[in-house]
Design a protein around this ligand. Sequence first.
Ligand code: ADP
Ligand code: MG
Length: 348
Amino acid sequence: MTSHAIEVKNLYKIFGPRGEDYVDVVRNGMGKAELNEKHGHVLGLQDINISMPGGCITVVMGLSGSGKSTLIRHINRLIDPTAGEVLYDGVDVCKMNENDLRNFRRHKTAMVFQKFALLPHRTVLENTIYGLEIQGVERRESEKRALGWIERVGLKGFERHYPNQLSGGMQQRVGLARALTNNAEILLMDEAYSALDPLIRVDMQTVLLELQSELKKTVVFITHDLDEALRLGDKIAILRDGRVVQQGTGQEIVLSPADDYITAFVKEVNRGRVVHVETIMRPLSGSPEGLPIAADTVLEAAARTMTSAHLNTAHVVDANGRPIGSVDLQTIIGAMVMPASHHESKAA
Ligand SMILES: Nc1ncnc2c1ncn2[C@@H]1O[C@H](COP(=O)(O)OP(=O)(O)O)[C@@H](O)[C@H]1O
Ligand SMILES: [Mg+2]
């Protein structure tokens, strides 16, 4: 299996009739507000460099207007860049000819939208099959594929329903089934879950994570919600005013926020659900004690396991079950609350 990575390199988008003319002034430091005031152009994206590993979920997070949709739309070139590249398997999407681009969009990418974009006069099955119909796939084959995915997203029995007979969460499942039926390697999800009620939203996150553990798509998931980003993202890039202000794993971002802006964002995060025991373990001294706990277990889960086993000490094991460190309950609980250094640096 090849990597199917997406590399965004030195990407700029300046909206307006003469965007190219202003790339250099932006490179030389002119910000969004000044560009708008002085030159009447909108700085959409500025020097974006993100590598999105194949088979992983990369989350792009930021407040409204930070450039998230502009960025994701470059990946299937619904928007042309003002400067820079978007490489997929090493090929620049921005330089594809019309034919290659059409094939790339049709066969490699699928979009899942917030507003579902379902066709109201088509049933669940007909909506799911739509992409294959366009591709000219034979009816019997496309129906078989679609029915399989409809079942996988939990909609068995609803094949003949129309979108308006379904709840928001169920409509979003149809959107997902449709994307998966197209068998695209890249899933582009622009605030796909933002309109859903909180509980339904968590359900849909679970559906995505379960499917992803098996399918290993290259997913680009956009959200303005940090909890969602932390739950889904193998990697997270945070945008602000069209720039990447930090990128890394959720744990990296929560433990060492790059600036005050991100510190404010992550302040309320439940660290117990983000930080792995591996990060806080001590080196092993002597033989391993207590329960074995996998290195990537989050603190909250480790604490729960240890508490229910009435144990204060555990040892951390790597993917091969080899002991690599030890932890105790007190350290785990200490690490779940904000570290003292944080308060001190704020007070200073
Ligand atoms: N077609 C366009 N023309 C001019 N400005 C645009 C256009 N599309 C987006 N923008 C501007 O680019 C910035 C980023 O927008 P967008 O990518 O939609 O942000 P987000 O998805 O994070 O809410 C905003 O300031 C927006 O007003
Ligand atoms: Mg948007």
